[in-house]
Design a protein around this ligand. Structure first.
Ligand code: SF4
Ligand code: SF4
Length: 157
């Protein structure tokens, strides 16, 4: 009688942690960096800084270059030319991230948190930020909306 062959069960190799947990923001490639943005559009609203406390309040008025449906910038590559004060966060010092919304993916990683379940990198679904209601879609009005035009300057006397 021949002995039955023994088959050793092979454990699958553990999956490596995703890049956003293995690397710091400073170690990411540009493509990895760009993919970390959840496309929520929350950083693309006008903000008001209190000159005394330096606290920043977010308004419901979106930058004129934000697509209010996709919540993506319509001029991403040229945005510095169109809006000089628009920051390119790539390689910015981590202190800068504290000015971003609390749910911002860069801020979460900079503060040692993982990405949330609704983030497209975690869900695998490109629209998951909007589907989870985490984007500004439906919550903001365009900067160009006449109702929100800046107050008229007083007439010169
Ligand atoms: S708040 Fe952060 S995650 Fe949202 S669009 Fe801005 S940079 Fe991207
Ligand atoms: S220029 Fe683009 S990235 Fe900058 S605030 Fe406006 S919509 Fe956002």
């Amino acid at each position: 009688m021949t002995r039955p062959r023994t088959v050793r069960r092979v454990r699958p190799a553990p999956k490596p942690a995703p890049f956003w947990l293995r690397k710091t923001l400073a170690q990411m490639t540009r493509a990895e960096w760009d993919s970390v943005c959840a496309g929520c559009g929350r950083c693309c609203v006008l903000k008001i800084e209190n000159p005394d406390t330096l606290e920043v309040d977010y308004t419901n008025i979106a930058c004129r270059h934000l697509d209010l449906e996709t919540c993506r910038c319509t001029c991403y590559r040229n945005r510095k030319k169109k809006v000089p004060e628009c920051l390119d966060l790539f390689r910015c010092k981590p202190e800068v991230f504290k000015w971003l919304p609390e749910s911002c993916a860069y801020r979460l990683l900079a503060e040692g948190y993982d990405l949330p379940a609704w983030h497209p990198l975690v869900s695998g679904a490109p629209d998951s930020t909007r589907e989870a209601g985490m984007s500004v879609r439906g919550h903001v009005i365009p900067e160009t909306d006449a109702r929100w035009a800046p107050a008229m300057k007083p007439r010169p006397s």
